[in-house]
Design a binder for this molecule. Structure first.
Ligand code: PLP
Length: 510
């Protein structure tokens, strides 16, 4: 069954007259809320609500809108400023490809919570599996005993592993933790320290994962020194080699592999390298699929030197690219694979999957974590694996992907905006549009002085004004499309139209 919008989610949207009424109540109370904190805020809210409309339904809607708008004020005051957001509104509901906000907006969601809610928000089967599990066992701590959903999830995923050698599983909570677990296994299994990561890589924000992240300086600014022993090699992305987008893939791969050879000859001997870690599709660095020939080249280097290959499928896994795992496009065997995000459709769950002989020698207790492999999250993961098959999710991704690429490629040919689109790229429903930029490195041959500034951010903002959430990514002018994998033809077309209109308007504004 493909994505749907429930009647209740539509009904939850307040009509414009109610919205403006609620707005006036909010501004009326803003000063009280700002000055007094939550206790006073609640009191103010109930007074305001009591004064509001007469019909019970009207009153209910206004109470909801009023309360959540004030919640946003509260959040802006009390939530850590280190967090950034696309909007200051509060999400009240998620259903399929849509989310509702407390200001009355019903938004088409092309972010999927950054590639997490692959089966749409609140997929009924996944949510029910979690709810049922809640009534049976919530926390079956992994250092106390096995629990059913933990093992059932392994059983479901064994047949879809990109290589049968991946047969040792460990469930954790976040992608960063999975990455750290993979590094730990690699170091323990090889007795070596160093890790090679990719320019543009994103592996997380915890200290070990942050040290492997090379997509933007913001993630580690002010936090150095990071985990030592990390070396970086240029990814086969034309920007990294100071070349135009038209550069043949083979040329980019040759240059990156040559840089790796140099790194291993000049910076760290292979004998000190535990692992090379790579995202199969660079995510936060710009949605660039790793060419199969590059992955094969890395596999060869690893095999020749006793280095382990860690494939990070945290964002690209679970059907996002049209295969269960993006690494399948290359046929390359990972030694260790990290997964998260789509694994449980929004329940916090990640995994480190390895060859058994790498983990058989680990001492009991060297791995673990209080919430690792939570029973509710694992039950959701089991339901996700079933939905992937039952609803033929991979087939939908392939069909929708063709439509999306068709649309974006046509946009690139458009006479009004096309000259500002440098590249359309990606795999499946992990797709990016890179715009031209008038600023950036003075040495970048792709700088286009007449291009409008900050195109990606402005287009994302304009899309939001038109009812679509869509994210930027990387240090370049890149917009990424990450809709739910079961998105309908109509919703995809609707989002594409909004995007095209937004691009045209922003480009015309200059
Ligand atoms: C490829 C990749 N690895 C690791 C992570 C870190 O995952 P988390 O944010 O769950 O810690 C992310 C998050 O976006 C990711 O995209």
């Amino acid at each position: 069954m493909l994505a749907r919008i429930s009647k209740s989610s539509k009904a939850a949207i307040a009509p414009a007259s109610q919205r403006s009424f609620a707005k006036s109540l909010v501004s009326h109370n803003e000063s009280t809320i700002r000055s007094n904190g939550l206790g006073q805020q609640n009191r103010t809210l109930s007074t305001a609500t009591a004064k509001s409309a007469s019909s019970p339904t009207h009153q209910k809607t206004q109470t909801r809108t009023m309360a959540t708008s004030s919640l946003s004020e509260f959040g802006q005051k009390y939530v850590n400023k280190g967090l950034g957001r696309l909007t200051e509104a509060v999400i009240t509901k998620g259903q399929g490809s849509y989310i509702d906000l407390d200001d009355g907006r019903h938004m088409l969601d092309f972010t999927s919570g950054i590639g997490v809610t692959n089966l749409g928000h609140c997929h009924p089967k996944v949510s029910k599996a979690a709810a049922d599990q809640c009534m049976n066992l919530v926390h079956g701590q992994c250092s106390i005993a096995f629990h059913g959903p933990y093992l059932e999830l392994i059983e479901k995923l064994l047949p879809v592993m990109p290589d049968p050698s991946l047969n040792s599983f460990y469930w954790w909570n976040s992608g960063s933790e999975a990455v750290e677990g993979a590094v730990k296994i690699a170091r323990l299994a090889t007795g070596r320290q160093n890790i090679i990561t990719m320019q543009g890589a994103y592996h997380g924000r915890t200290f070990g994962a942050m040290a492997l992240t090379r997509s933007k300086t913001i993630y580690s600014e002010g936090c150095h020194p990071l985990m030592p022993g990390v070396f970086t090699v240029a990814f086969p992305y034309w920007h990294h080699h100071n070349l135009p987008p038209s550069t043949p893939e083979a040329e980019l791969v040759k240059r990156s592999l040559y840089q790796l050879d140099l790194l291993l000859a000049q910076q760290t001997t292979p004998n000190d390298v535990a692992a090379i870690i790579i995202e199969t599709v660079i995510g936060e660095g710009g949605y660039i699929p790793a060419p199969p020939s590059f992955l094969k080249g890395l596999r060869d280097v690893c095999d020749k030197n006793g280095i382990l290959l860690i494939i990070d499928e945290v964002q690209s896994g679970f059907g996002r690219t049209g295969k269960y795992f993006a690494i399948e496009y290359s046929g390359v065997r990972p030694d260790i694979m990290t997964v998260a995000k789509g694994l449980a459709n929004g329940f916090p769950l990640s995994g480190v999957i390895a060859r058994r002989e790498l983990t058989d020698t680990l001492k009991a207790g060297s791995m673990g974590g209080t919430y690792a492999g939570n029973a509710v999250a694992c039950a959701a993961g089991v339901a996700c694996a079933e939905v992937m098959k039952e609803e033929k999710i991979l087939e939908n991704v392939q069909v929708r992907s063709k439509e999306l690429f068709g649309f974006l490629n046509d946009l690139q040919k458009n006479t009004v905006v096309g000259s500002n689109i440098l590249e359309v790229r990606g795999q499946g429903l992990m797709v990016a549009v890179e715009f031209a930029s008038p600023t950036g490195s003075a040495h970048d041959p792709m700088i286009k002085p007449d291009a409008p500034a900050n195109l990606a951010k402005r287009v994302s903002k304009r899309c939001q004004e038109k009812g679509l959430f869509i994210l930027t990514t990387s240090i370049y002018e890149v917009i990424r499309f990450i809709p739910a994998l079961n998105i309908t033809k109509e919703d995809l077309a609707k989002g594409c139209k909004i995007f095209a209109d937004a691009v045209e308007e922003v480009v015309k504004e200059g």
